[in-house]
Design a protein around this ligand. Structure first.
Ligand code: T1G
Length: 699
């Protein structure tokens, strides 16, 4: 059982013990009910305390059980809470650290609640695309008031226990413990003090009203509608809380249950639950045990004070880790420092960063022109010009000066990390850390594992990624790793669509309607069309039979690199990011079509979306087959956190699962018939073909 039972004097204590966060899985739920039965059958027991072992009271329902029959097996959470409410002896919740979701609902079913300060309290279900499904929407308003409850439920945000405990009139906590350490003893004493009190208080019997009633909920709906656009759950949260003020408790509970079950089956909730687990699973590397010893990272060196180097440095300064930046010339260093200052000052101006914090961070930053000054750094990250010769010179220098055991990382976005490692005598200490621009903002970090990269280096950089608040995904060595390798096929399809009859604006609008943060052409203008141009020039040498549309080259030959040149696929007013369609570019595409003898055709948004997204899916299947990515969910994480794929679609592979792999392969076979497309590319990757034929998904 993952719930322990002990008796202290005349108080029975049931301790949830289902690490890591006492998720209310079936065995835990059964353990609570068994404990209640034992306590009620024992005449020597006068009161009952429920608490959690380890780092949580309870993190809620066991998300890993969702979608399995365990989640539905009795006793379900409703039954457990009913057993508590109907107990013949008082049940006291002793809450600490984390009390979330079903964990808070469990506590709300208890007759009394004690909380230690510093406990994170939340009903975060809305972040999983659902809503509290075990009475939270009906009980929380009864103890903290309708408005505070609705705010917590619609936002899913965490509130500290001491803040709630200090709210006038709150009835969530009967008593605040002096400290987390004092909670257990205080809970026992409290339980003894109320052991004989009858009737046993029930939250469900408390009144629940809002003075303005309809007007308030109409206002709440208008507010929520704006921020919830692609997600159905927030508005249902309003419905559920409104029901608490209008219906008898039992009816409100039944209504909440109905809303909960309906939301559980939405694709948005499946996507959010998939990503919750995917993001956490990404930090696990199959052949690197979780207890692999890590190297200590107390100081970092960054080579290159350009846009990437500066952004990378900021991540470590933000985490309180000293950084020493090296450049070849003083003016480059001065420029780099000035950019970092400008970024921080902008945050201070917006009130997002306190002045003293800004100064603390800048105090951690030092600079040098001399490699010898870097020798004591535990980790060095090079962010120099993306050319192998330049990387070779840098890594030869680093190999000569860095202390033994230092980790040597390259921020390369496409070059071969094994080749880079070969420039040193310590290939086991070399790893790729591919930050995404802007490096101090984008959450994604591709950790590129070289052939020889040591396991403790991987364990160290994955833990370091968490420390600097990055979502790290391990990639093997190939051209473009995971993200850029897939985006190359996506970009190729975008070019073919232009040749066949689309305008850049039509393609972008279709993809943005699908949910992408930015369509491929606006994204090219942001990143710089010259980057893709350089890669294609390499491709034309390496893979002469790989088909490309020439339109992007024609654009670059006009110097239209995008926002940085004020013009790309679109025009941009100085200092503005709004993409303004340009008639000349459209004409250039039309003339190019005519020169190829192509008669333009009308292409539907659906075809645009399928060709672009399925090109990602097919390339991803190859990446999985080659072992470049460890698991499908890692690839979804890359696309959500690095390429603006819509969260409510869960990533390209989750989306393919939702469409059905059989349908994806069918569509690809149609695309292969198009003489202007690349039939060879649309041959389904063997893994995709097999999964589709077997009616399986990528999971
Ligand atoms: N179920 C199962 N596993 C969970 C879990 C949960 N609820 N919460 C966390 N974990 C795992 C997580 O996968 C990871 O596992 C480990 O714990 C550490 O998580 C009826 C239906 C609790 C604040 O949404 O917000 O109740 O990777 O890295 O930063 O109304 O986890 O180690 O194998 O995030 O210290 C509602 C979600 C569920 C809370 C801890 N509850 N969790 O943060 O650690 S739905 C939630 C969190 C529900 C009822 C409904 C955070 C945390 P692994 P971590 P952390």
């Amino acid at each position: 059982m993952t719930a322990e039972y002990q008796v202290h004097g005349d108080v029975a204590v049931i301790t949830l013990a289902n690490p890591p966060v006492n998720g209310l899985g079936l065995s835990t739920r059964q353990g609570i009910v068994d404990g209640l039965d034992r306590a009620q059958a024992d005449a020597a027991v006068a009161a009952i305390v429920i608490t959690g072992a380890g780092k949580a009271f309870s993190g809620g329902a066991d998300i890993k059980e969702f979608g399995t029959d365990k989640a539905l097996q009795q006793p379900n959470l409703h039954a457990v809470i009913a057993a508590i409410e109907n107990a013949t002896k008082p049940v006291v919740a002793a809450i600490h650290s984390v009390c979330m979701g079903g964990g808070l609902e469990l506590a709300l079913g208890c007759h009394y609640r004690l909380a230690a300060p510093g406990c994170s309290v939340a009903l975060p279900e809305v972040k999983l695309g659902i809503l509290p499904g075990a009475g939270g929407t009906q009980r929380l308003p009864r103890v903290v008031g309708v408005e505070a409850a609705l705010n917590m439920i619609v936002s899913g945000e965490t509130v500290k226990s001491e803040l709630i405990g200090s709210m006038p009139g709150q009835k969530l906590f009967d008593k605040m413990a002096a400290s987390p350490e004092a909670l257990a003893a205080e809970a026992l004493a409290f339980a003894q003090s109320i052991a004989a009190v009858r009737p046993l208080p029930l939250v469900r019997n408390l009144p629940c009203k809002h003075p303005e009633g309809d007007a308030y909920f109409q206002f709440a709906r208008n507010m929520v509608k704006g921020m919830a656009k692609n997600y159905p759950a927030p508005l249902k949260c309003v419905d559920a809380v409104e029901a608490a003020t209008k219906r008898k408790f039992a009816d409100g509970l039944a209504y909440e249950r109905e809303l909960f079950i309906n939301l559980m089956w939405t694709s948005e909730s499946r996507a959010l639950r998939h990503l919750f687990l995917a993001e956490r699973a990404a930090s696990k590397i199959p052949d690197v045990p979780a207890d692999t010893p890590q190297r200590s990272i107390q100081s970092v060196a960054v080579i290159g004070a350009g846009t990437m180097g500066g952004g990378i440095a900021m991540n470590f300064l933000n985490a309180g880790i000293p950084v020493k930046m090296l450049e070849m010339k003083q003016e480059a260093l001065d420029r780099g420092i000035a950019t970092i200052r400008k970024n921080y000052e902008a945050q201070v101006k917006k009130g997002k960063l306190k002045q003293d914090k800004y100064e603390q961070r800048m105090a951690l930053l030092t600079t040098t022109l001399d490699y010898a000054d870097l020798k004591d750094a535990d980790l060095v990250i090079e962010a120099v010009f993306e050319e192998l010769g330049v990387k070779e010179a840098v890594f030869k220098q680093l190999d000569a000066v860095m202390k033994s055991g230092a980790i040597l990382a390259s921020n390369t976005s496409t070059l071969d990390v094994d080749k880079i490692a070969s420039f040193t005598q310590r290939t086991q200490d070399v790893v790729g850390l591919h930050f995404f621009s802007p490096a101090n903002v984008m959450k994604l970090l591709e950790v590129v594992r070289g052939e020889k990269t040591a396991k403790d280096v991987l364990a160290t950089v994955m833990a370091m990624a968490k420390k600097i608040k990055k979502t790290a995904v391990v990639s093997g060595v190939c051209d473009g790793f995971i993200g850029n390798r897939m985006i190359e096929q996506y970009g190729r399809q975008g070019g073919f669509l232009l040749d066949e009859g689309c305008t850049p604006e039509q393609v972008d609008k279709a993809m943005e309607k699908f949910g992408m943060a930015m369509g491929p052409f606006r994204m090219g203008d942001l990143a710089g069309n010259d980057i893709g141009w350089a890669i294609r020039k390499r491709r034309y040498q390496e893979k002469p039979d790989m088909k490309y549309s020439k339109t992007a080259d024609l654009l670059c030959e006009k110097g239209r690199f995008g926002q940085k040149t004020g013009a790309g696929w679109y025009d941009y007013l100085p200092g503005k990011r709004d993409a303004i369609p340009n008639a000349e570019v459209v004409k250039m595409i039309e003339d190019h079509r005519a020169a190829l003898g192509i008669t333009p055709r009308k292409i539907s948004d659906e075809e645009i979306v399928q060709r672009l997204v399925f090109s990602l899916v097919n390339e991803a299947a190859h990446i999985l087959e080659e072992g470049i990515a460890n698991k499908a969910s890692d690839i979804d994480v890359v696309y959500i956190f690095g390429y603006g794929f819509p969260i409510y679609r869960g990533g390209p592979l989750n989306y393919a699962n939702e469409v059905g792999l059989f349908n994806v392969v069918q569509a690809m076979q149609r695309f292969a018939q198009n003489p202007l497309d690349d039939a060879k590319f649309w041959q389904p990757a063997p893994l995709l073909a097999r999964l589709a034929a077997e009616g399986k998904t990528f999971n």
